[in-house]
Each structure stands twice: as structure tokens, then as C-alpha cells.
Design a protein around this ligand. Structure first.
Ligand code: GDP
Length: 440
């Protein structure tokens, strides 16, 4: 995940600051020197890093901070606020046309993740009740149209294509099509090149001037660091982009692009890509990203993920069953399916305060959940509801059926038993202990 090294170094610098108690100007300057080095090592643009630490120093070396009871905490608070401001302050919204369709034009270099992110955006918009249309405008690579069609099929979103016709004509026809078929969002996947070249830029300008998109979103690969920032600067100068989609943040350990794009181009990061799957797209929240960098976690994103990806009714049913001590293997299986929807466990846990750092060198094997599910699936529905029916010969059959050992089956049975015992004890302590949990 992004910002690993930066988070470690900032935390070391702040630890030293905290150990000092009262601070003087030299202490703050020394800490800011460390912060600046950490930013530069994270591949943050030099001027951005310098301006950042100067601003923090100026704010911190005021009597209010130095004389407060917890000066180091005050400095961290200022760093948090300035990191948020650096990445754009409040969340950037997607424009919406007063008369549909809203036209979003995606551009960027080849391999940055344009096609993938056109699909991810389409899924996100569809989940919000929109009717997006994907438009294939990369007429130069024969495989590009096919790739968008595959993405569209996975996303369950229609794809408009006209083969290798002129891209401007394709766009005009696509917008007419969208009006005719009630698509309120048109997402145009434009052609990319390995490097910025004049022919491509002229084509993009032609499209822009003809169809006046409401958003021109530049897709850049965060793993290319400062190069991504340079690409953003050039595209912005030529096309006046409205925002950036920063991709592959899952593979970017430094995070320099995320921290510099806004300051260098003045344009906000609107979305970040965090994986290859279509649901791996997050709205970019500068404040939450700052919290993550400072090891404070990102509980809000976690809650939103849970709200959007989990089945609320199923969760309520489970809570009730737990309370009534009727939780069995059928419920555990449901739970495993739900938890898997949230993505890899490590990524879920790392959004909790303080966990990202602790989990750095920990390997969490998501297959453990699959193993448990395999054992449960090898039970009959009756056995899942009433595990006491499972005799030794059934245990051997189940172990063989799920590719596990009899000890594994025994361990799982024991775990459910212990959980049921625990719930019984808790229930015995009185209903008042669980206010607001829908107790009868
Ligand atoms: P395009 O040439 O700009 O259209 O790029 P593609 O959409 O074809 O993406 C290039 C490669 O990057 C593909 O292999 C994608 O699966 C991969 N990719 C795209 N976005 C992400 C992301 O957010 N995370 C990761 N890990 N891979 C991504």
C-alpha cells in the first residue's frame, strides 16, 4: 500500500518530538527537516516538500503551539491539516450536466489504466443508479475495442463502438445514442500513446472542442511517481483537465504522485484505483488519506465499504441469531461470504487506526477462510444446523471431502461450541448490556 516508508519516517520524527515535552524553535525545525527528507524519499516534488514544511514550521512556531500542554500533538495536528490541504482540502465532486447526458472523457498514456478505470467508474455510477454508456474511441490498437467490450460485459454496462471510424464522429454518434437510449452518463475511453505526442494531443483537443465534455479526467499511474506528475502537468496545459484518476495505488509504496499532483497542477485527484478488479475504485478524500499517512487509519472508508458491499439484512439477521444463541454453521458460512466481499483481510484491517504499520510485515492468508468454508460446505444442511449430529466417521468423510485433516474439522467444531458458550454467558448477563441491538 502507498505511503509505507513515509508513514514510518513521519511516525519516527513525531515520536522524537513527543519525547521532548516542551518544544523550542530548533526542535520544530529539526522535525521539519526530517519530514522534508521523508517527503523527498517518498518521491514528492522538491518544491512541494519545501513549501509544505515551511508552512508547517510557520504555523507551529507560534506561541499558541509552543506553550500548549501538548505541543507535539499540536504539531502533528498541523501536519495533518496541511497534508489534507496539500491533497486538495475537501473532496472533489464529479460534474453533472443540467441536461443529460453528462460526458466524461478519460485520457492518459497507454497502460495507465484508462480502460480499466472507465469500467470501474461505470460500475460505481451504475451502483448509484445511473445508466452509463462506455464509448470505445481508441481506434489505433485493434485489441482496445475488444478490451473495453470485455470490461463493459463484466460491468454490465453497454459499450458503443464504430470500429476505426474517426474518434470525433464516434463521440458525436455516441452522445446521440445516449440521448436516444436514456444513458445519463457517457464515458469516453480515448486512445493512449506510450509518450505524449502531438498527433494524439490534437485528436484529444478535437474531441474536447467538438463535444465539450463536462469532465476531462486524466488517468495516471501512481507507480511512476514524479513522471506521473509531469504527465499531468503537460496534459493539463494542453487540455485543461478537470481532475485526475490516480491508478495502481495498491502497488505504489511511496505515494509521491498522490502528494504532488494537486500542488503542481492545481487540479484535484478525484478517484484512486486500488487494484485490478472493477470494484477497486475509491473516491479520493484528502482528509482520510492524510489520516492514513499519519497512521490514524481510515475508519470512514471502512464503514462506507461495509455499507455498500455488505448485505445489511443478512448482518442484522446474524446479530439477532448471535443474541438468541442460535448462531450455527449456516450463519458462519454466510458471514464468510460477506467478509470476502470486503476484499482481502489485510486491506480491510489496515484501514483501522494504527493497524497499517503493525500489519506491514504480517502475512494474512485469506485462504484460511476458504478452508473453513470448504469444511462447512462438506457438511449436510442438517449438520450445519446441528453439529452434534457429526460422528467420527462423518468427520473423516468431511476431512477427506474438503481436503483437510480430521483435527481441522474438530478445531472448527470446537470453535463454534466455544462461541455458543460465550454467547450464552453474555446473554445470561442480561439484555440491558446490548442496547440498540434489536433485542426482542
Ligand atoms: P490503458 O492502456 O490506459 O487503457 O490501461 P489498462 O486499463 O489496459 O490497464 C493496464 C494494466 O494495468 C492492466 O493490466 C490493468 O489490469 C492494470 N491496472 C489498471 N488499474 C490498476 C490498479 O488500480 N491497480 C493495479 N494493481 N493494476 C491496475
Amino acid at each position: 500500500m502507498a505511503f509505507e516508508g513515509l508513514a514510518d519516517k513521519l511516525s519516527a520524527a513525531f515520536k522524537r518530538l513527543k519525547s521532548k515535552g516542551k518544544l523550542n524553535e530548533a526542535d520544530v525545525k529539526e522535525a521539519m527537516r526530517e519530514v522534508r527528507l521523508a517527503l523527498l524519499e517518498a518521491d514528492v516534488n522538491y518544491k512541494v516538500a519545501k513549501d509544505f514544511t515551511n508552512t508547517v514550521s510557520e504555523r507551529a512556531i507560534g506561541s499558541e503551539v509552543m506553550e500548549s500542554l501538548t505541543p507535539a500533538q499540536m504539531v502533528i495536528k498541523i501536519v495533518n491539516e496541511e497534508l489534507t490541504a496539500l491533497m486538495g482540502g475537501s473532496d472533489a465532486k464529479i460534474a453533472s450536466a443540467s441536461s443529460p447526458p453528462t460526458i466524461l472523457m478519460l485520457c492518459g498514456l497507454q497502460g495507465a489504466g484508462k480502460t480499466t478505470h472507465a469500467g470501474k467508474l461505470a460500475v460505481m455510477l451504475k451502483n448509484k443508479g445511473h445508466r452509463p454508456l462506455l464509448v470505445a474511441c481508441d481506434i489505433y490498437r485493434p485489441a482496445a475495442i475488444k478490451q473495453l467490450q470485455v470490461v463493459g460485459e463484466k460491468a454490465g454496462v453497454p459499450v458503443f463502438e464504430m470500429g476505426t471510424a474517426n474518434p470525433v464522429e464516434i463521440c458525436k454518434a455516441a452522445i446521440r445514442h445516449a440521448k436516444d437510449y436514456g444513458n445519463d452518463m457517457v464515458l469516453i475511453d480515448t486512445a493512449g500513446r506510450l509518450q505524449i505526442d502531438e498527433v494524439l494531443m490534437n485528436e484529444l483537443k478535437d474531441i474536447k472542442n467538438t463535444i465539450s465534455p463536462h469532465e476531462i479526467l486524466l488517468v495516471v499511474d501512481s507507480m511512476t511517481g514524479q513522471e506521473a506528475v509531469n504527465v499531468a502537468k503537460t496534459f493539463d496545459e494542453l487540455l485543461n483537465i478537470t481532475g485526475v484518476i490516480l491508478t495502481k495505488l495498491d502497488g505504489d509504496t511511496r505515494g509521491g504522485a498522490a502528494l504532488s499532483v494537486r500542488a503542481v497542477t492545481g487540479k484535484p485527484i478525484k478517484f484512486v484505483g486500488t487494484g485490478e478488479k472493477l470494484q477497486d475504485l475509491e473516491v479520493f478524500h484528502p482528509d482520510r488519506m492524510a489520516s492514513r499517512i499519519l497512521g490514524m487509519g481510515d475508519v470512514l472508508t471502512l464503514i462506507e465499504d461495509a455499507q455498500s458491499k455488505l448485505d445489511q439484512k443478512a448482518a442484522e439477521k446474524t446479530a439477532q441469531k448471535l443474541m438468541q444463541n442460535k448462531f450455527d454453521f449456516n450463519d458462519l458460512l454466510d458471514q464468510l461470504v460477506q467478509v470476502k466481499k470486503m476484499g482481502p483481510l489485510k486491506s480491510v484491517l489496515s484501514k483501522m487506526p494504527g493497524m497499517e504499520k503493525q500489519l506491514k510485515d504480517v502475512d494474512i492468508d485469506d485462504r484460511e477462510m476458504d478452508r473453513i468454508a470448504a469444511i462447512i460446505l462438506s457438511m449436510t444442511p442438517e449438520e450445519r444446523g446441528k453439529p452434534s449430529l457429526i460422528n467420527p466417521s462423518r468427520k473423516r468423510r468431511m476431512a477427506a471431502g474438503s481436503g483437510m485433516k480430521v483435527e481441522d474439522v474438530n478445531r472448527l467444531l470446537k470453535q463454534l461450541e466455544q462461541m455458543q458458550k460465550l454467547m450464552k454467558q453474555l446473554k445470561g448477563r442480561g439484555k440491558r448490556r446490548f442496547p440498540g441491538m434489536g433485542m426482542p
